[in-house]
Design a protein around this ligand. Structure first.
Ligand code: AHR
Length: 673
C-alpha cells in the first residue's frame, strides 16, 4: 500500500537509503573528549539570509486531509467507493431504517457528481461519518456543519446534524435545519458542545431525518474552530507547532505530489482554486484521494498566517510513472503557460486576470514570490528530457518575470539556473559527516558530482543551493534523538555556509500517526517512515528533530562567526573526530553570541570555549540543551520526552569551560558588549 504509487526507480532509491540506515552507528566513540572551541568575535563573515529556514510540504501521510486542513469529514463528497458489503462509500454508515443508495444521476455540479439518497420509510434514517481516524470532540466548542441537501416525495425537513459517541448512545451536540427545498441548497448549522463533553475522538458525525419521502446529501462538511478563525482553515495545534519553527518560506506543493503518478493526477492548480464545492479533488500520489479542499488558496492562507512566502514548484511535464513530454511539444507549451498563470495567481496584482481570481479567493494583496522551482527530483527522468523541459520553462519565466530566481531539480546545461535543489535522506551519522560538505575547500575543490538527489558540494559561477528536502531517518514515525543530533549538525553546517546555501527545509513535515483499523476501512495513515511533526485526531507533538530545529530557528543570528574546534581526539585513542561539531553566529541587534555544539558521541565532552575579540562577555547567559538516550522518540503519549530545557550560565567569560552531555545538542546564548 505505502509505495503503491511510486515508480520502481524511485522505490529502489528509497530502499537504498533504508539500507544505508542499517549500517550506521558502528563507530561511536566511547571516551572522554577534551577540546577547545575558539570563536572569533571580531570578524562576522557570512550574513545569514532572512529566509534561511522554511517548511517543505505535500499531501503525504494525511498531511492536509486528516491533518493540517481542519475538515473533519472523510470522503465528504462520497467519491471513494465502498470497501465492504454495505455498499456505502467508505467512512460512511447507515443508522436507522430505510434505504441509502449512492446516486450519480443528481449531481450538484460537475465537481460533485455523487450524492447519497435516503429513502425514508416512516422512521428515523441517517448517515454517519467516522472522520479521519475518529472525529475529535472537545468541550465548550462550536463546530460548523455544512452540506448540500434536497428533498422530494413529501419530505420537507428538518434534518438533524449531531456529534455522537461511536455507539450512538450519547449526543455531544446537535442542531436542526429549517425546511429542506426541492432543489440543491447549501445548509449550515452550528453544533456546540457543552462543558461536560469529553475530549475524545471516539465519536461520529450524523445527519438524520424522520418521516417519509426522499432526501439527498452531497459535500458534507464539519469544521472545528480553525487557526485565526479562517473559513476553510487550518488546524490550530499544528499551526502553533509550525509557528515555533519561524518558517520564512513554504516549498509547495511538493515533492512527488507536485508531479502526480499520472498526467491525469498531476497538481492541476486550476482545479484547486475557487470555492471548495467547485473543486473535484484528485488521486494523490501517496495512495489516497485528495479532496483538494486544501488547494492553492489554502497554501497561501498558510503562508500568510505564518508570515512565510511561497517557494513555488511548478509542474514541469514529468509524472512519477516516467511519462513526460519533450520540450517544444504542445503539452509543454500548455504547462509553461499554466506555470506563468500560476505565478500570476500568486504574485500578480488584483487587476491581472489570475490575480483577480486570487482576490476572489480572499487575498486581495499579491504574495511576495522570489523563487520558482521547475519540477521535482527530475533526476528520476532517465530519458534526459529535463534539460529541454527546464530550459523551455525557465526561458519563459525569465522573460515574463525577470526578477524571479529559478531553481533546477537536476543537472541542466542549456540554461543556467539560479539555484539547485539538493535532497538528502540519510542516517544520522552520515548527516553529521555531511555537515562540512558545503564548506569552501581549503585546497583545490573536489570535482562536483550529482549523486541520487544532490550535488556533493557548493556550486561554482554564482549558482546557489537550496537544500529542499533532507532528514536523518532514524526513528519511526518521527525521528529519534540520534536523528535530531545529526539533523542539528547538518543544519549548522548549512547555516555556516549560507553564502552558498540560501535556504533549507526538512521533509516530510507532517505525519498522521494513526494505525490501520481494517474493520473501519482505515489503512495506516502514514506512508513515509520518518517525519517532523506527528498527530492523530486529538493530539499533536513535535519530534526530537522538531525541537532541534526550533532551537536553531529561534537562535539563528544574522551573521556567521568563525569557529574552530581543536583537540577532539586528544584524550583517548579511538575517539571519533566527528563526534563533536560546533559553529557560532552573532545576533547583532541584541549582541548575542550563539555557540552551537552537537555532541553526537556517547561520552561527555569537556570543552574550553574561547571567545576571541575586544568585546566584554557578560557572565550570565543561557544554555538551551536537548539531550537524552539516542533512541528516544516523542509520541502522542510522551510528547515532550525529548524537548529542550534551559539552564542558566553564570561563568561565561572570554575563556570558560563547559561539559556537554553525551548525545546532546546545546546552544549557548551569551552576550558580548
Ligand atoms: O519527502 C518525501 C518524498 O521524497 C518527496 O515527495 C520526494 O520529492 C522525495 O523523493
Amino acid at each position: 500500500m505505502c509505495f503503491m504509487a511510486i515508480p520502481a526507480a524511485r522505490l529502489a532509491a528509497y530502499l537504498a537509503l533504508a539500507a544505508d540506515l542499517l549500517c550506521i552507528n558502528s563507530t561511536l566513540a566511547c571516551a572522554d573528549v577534551n577540546a577547545t572551541l575558539s570563536v572569533d568575535l571580531g570578524k562576522p563573515t557570512t550574513n545569514i539570509p532572512m529566509n534561511f529556514f522554511g517548511l517543505m510540504t505535500e499531501e503525504i501521510n494525511h498531511a492536509y486531509d486528516g491533518g493540517l486542513y481542519a475538515e473533519l469529514i472523510q470522503n465528504r463528497s462520497f467519491q471513494d467507493p465502498s470497501r465492504n458489503t454495505s455498499g456505502m462509500p467508505v467512512h460512511w454508515s447507515t443508522i436507522g431504517s430505510g434505504t441509502v443508495t449512492i446516486d450519480r444521476s443528481n449531481p450538484v455540479n460537475s465537481a460533485l457528481p455523487v450524492s447519497l439518497r435516503l429513502d425514508l420509510s416512516g422512521d428515523k434514517l441517517g448517515v454517519a461519518n467516522d472522520g479521519y481516524w475518529g472525529i475529535p470532540v472537545h468541550p465548550d466548542t462550536t463546530y460548523t456543519a455544512t452540506f448540500f441537501a434536497k428533498a422530494d416525495g413529501g419530505f420537507a425537513g428538518p434534518v438533524t446534524a449531531s456529534l455522537q459517541s461511536e455507539d450512538g448512545a450519547t449526543s455531544f451536540a446537535s442542531a436542526g435545519t429549517p425546511q429542506i427545498a426541492n432543489g440543491w441548497h447549501k445548509y449550515a448549522l452550528n453544533l456546540k458542545t457543552d462543558h461536560s463533553a469529553p475530549a475524545t475522538a471516539s465519536a461520529k458525525f450524523v445527519l438524520s431525518a424522520s418521516g417519509s419521502g426522499r432526501i439527498w446529501f452531497s459535500l458534507v462538511s464539519l469544521f472545528p474552530p480553525t487557526y485565526q478563525q479562517a473559513p476553510n482553515g487550518l488546524r490550530p495545534d499544528l499551526m502553533q507547532l509550525m509557528s515555533e519553527l519561524k518558517p520564512k518560506f513554504i516549498r509547495l506543493p511538493g515533492g512527488n505530489y507536485a508531479e502526480g503518478s499520472r498526467f491525469a493526477d498531476r497538481f492541476n492548480w486550476k482545479q484547486m482554486i475557487g470555492p471548495s464545492d467547485t473543486r473535484p479533488g484528485h488521486m494523490g500520489c501517496w495512495g489516497y484521494r485528495s479532496s483538494d479542499g486544501f488547494g492553492l488558496p489554502e497554501y497561501l492562507l498558510w503562508c500568510k498566517q505564518l508570515g512565510a512566502e511561497p517557494v513555488l514548484a511548478v509542474f514541469a511535464g514529468y509524472v512519477l510513472n516516467g511519462d513526460h513530454f519533450k520540450a517544444g511539444s504542445q503539452e509543454m507549451a500548455l504547462y509553461t503557460q499554466e506555470a506563468l498563470e500560476e505565478i500570476e495567481y500568486i504574485s500578480g496584482p488584483a487587476t491581472s486576470k489570475w490575480g483577480k481570481r486570487r482576490a476572489e479567493d480572499g487575498f486581495s494583496e499579491p504574495f511576495p514570490l522570489h523563487y520558482v522551482e521547475i519540477g521535482n527530483e527530475d533526476w528520476f527522468d532517465r530519458s534526459g528530457s529535463y534539460d529541454g523541459r527546464f530550459t523551455q520553462m525557465a526561458r519563459a519565466i525569465r522573460e515574463r518575470y525577470p526578477r524571479l530566481k529559478i531553481i533546477a531539480t537536476a543537472p541542466v546545461s542549456s540554461f543556467k539556473p539560479d539555484m539547485y535543489d539538493d535532497h538528502f535522506y540519510r542516517g544520522a551519522r552520515q548527516l553529521v559527516q555531511m555537515a562540512t560538505m558545503y564548506d569552501k575547500p581549503s585546497g583545490p575543490a573536489a570535482a562536483l558530482t550529482f549523486n541520487g538527489g544532490g550535488w556533493n558540494g557548493r556550486q561554482p559561477d554564482g549558482i546557489k543551493t537550496f537544500v529542499g528536502e533532507w532528514a536523518a531517518q532514524e526513528g519511526r514515525p518521527t525521528p529519534n534523538l540520534n536523528s535530531a543530533l545529526g539533523d542539528a549538525a547538518f543544519v549548522m553546517g548549512l547555516e555556516r555556509n549560507s553564502d552558498a546555501v540560501l535556504m533549507e527545509c526538512y521533509a516530510p513535515l507532517l505525519v498522521n500517526v494513526s494505525p490501520a483499523i481494517p474493520d473501519k476501512g482505515y489503512p495506516k495513515a502514514m506512508q513515509w517512515n520518518t517525519n517532523l511533526i506527528g498527530y492523530d485526531a486529538l493530539h499533536s507533538f513535535g519530534s526530537a528533530s522538531y525541537y532541534a530545529q526550533v532551537m536553531l530557528a529561534q537562535n539563528k543570528g544574522d551573521a556567521v562567526l568563525q569557529a574552530h574546534l581543536d583537540g577532539m581526539a586528544a584524550t583517548s585513542a579511538g575517539a571519533d573526530a566527528r563526534t563533536l561539531f560546533a559553529t557560532a553566529t552573532l545576533s547583532k541587534s541584541d549582541k548575542a553570541v550563539l555557540v552551537k555544539i552537537v555532541n553526537f558521541g556517547d561520552s561527555a565532552a569537556d570543552i574550553e570555549i574561547r571567545l576571541n575579540g575586544p568585546a566584554h562577555i557578560e557572565p550570565n547567559g543561557t544554555a538551551i540543551v536537548l539531550t537524552g538516550e539516542p533512541d528516544w522518540v516523542n509520541t502522542v503519549d510522551e510528547p515532550l520526552k525529548v524537548a529542550p530545557r534551559q539552564e542558566p550560565i553564570a561563568n561565561a567569560a572570554a575563556s570558560f569551560h563547559r561539559t556537554f552531555s553525551p548525545h546532546s545538542f546545546t546552544i549557548l546564548r551569551l552576550t558580548a558588549r
